[in-house]
Design a protein around this ligand. Structure first.
Ligand SMILES: Cc1cn([C@H]2C[C@H](O)[C@@H](COP(=O)(O)OP(=O)(O)O[C@H]3O[C@@H](C)C(=O)[C@@H](O)[C@H]3O)O2)c(=O)[nH]c1=O
Length: 165
């Protein structure tokens, strides 16, 4: 049994190493266009090596997850909004114990880089399916998908460990 006082408490604040960049939407009479990632705006160690897109249903969350070596490069562009949660549990981090919560997507298109060891999750808080792009700096399951996936999944953890209120 875990005692109540064993659950972590977090302070809302910034998280060392996390970068959030607002994305500009270029609208015209055909629709819109958004640049997501550019090498000339990114540190080389964050350059994506793959990309995928996922759709998440209203009210549904993905994560919490963390990675040992991988930086995730998410882009939230809509058509829904997501609440993104970040928890810093890293030993030695100047922002250890902080949680950051931010709403991104159609109301605020943004790219987010999340370094290894920062626990993260996002929930679709809108009313329609929402797209999230990820352009991580490591290959999922390695070259040829022959390696262990770099991912620590916390979905089954007690929700008090990583509160998403
Ligand atoms: C992440 C990924 C999954 N898959 C497959 C595996 C599985 O059959 C299906 C769904 O995968 P997952 O359950 O891992 O998807 P998901 O839970 O959305 O995983 C993602 O969650 C967010 C919060 C992150 O942090 C990401 O780094 C990643 O871990 O897609 C790939 O083929 N390539 C990939 O790059």
């Amino acid at each position: 049994m875990i005692l109540a006082e064993a659950y972590p408490t977090y302070t809302d604040g910034e998280i060392e190493g996390v970068q959030i960049r607002n994305l500009k939407s270029h609208h015209d009479n055909r629709g819109w266009l958004i640049e997501i990632f550019r090498h000339d705006e990114l540190d080389q160690d964050l350059w994506p090596v793959m990309t995928y897109v996922s759709s998440t249903l209203p009210g549904v969350a993905r994560g919490p997850h963390e990675h040992v070596d991988q930086t995730d490069g998410f882009a939230f562009i809509g058509p829904s909004d997501f609440r993104l949660y970040l928890w810093d549990t890293r030993e030695g981090s100047p922002t250890k114990g902080n949680r950051k919560v931010v709403t991104l997507g159609v109301s605020r298109p943004a790219a987010v880089w999340i370094p290894p060891g920062v626990v993260h999750a996002y929930r679709n808080v809108g009313t329609e399916p929402g797209l999230v792009f990820n352009a991580p700096n490591r290959l999922y399951a390695g070259w040829g998908k022959k390696e262990k996936v770099d991912e620590i999944r916390h979905e089954e953890a007690d929700p008090r460990m990583f509160p998403m209120d």
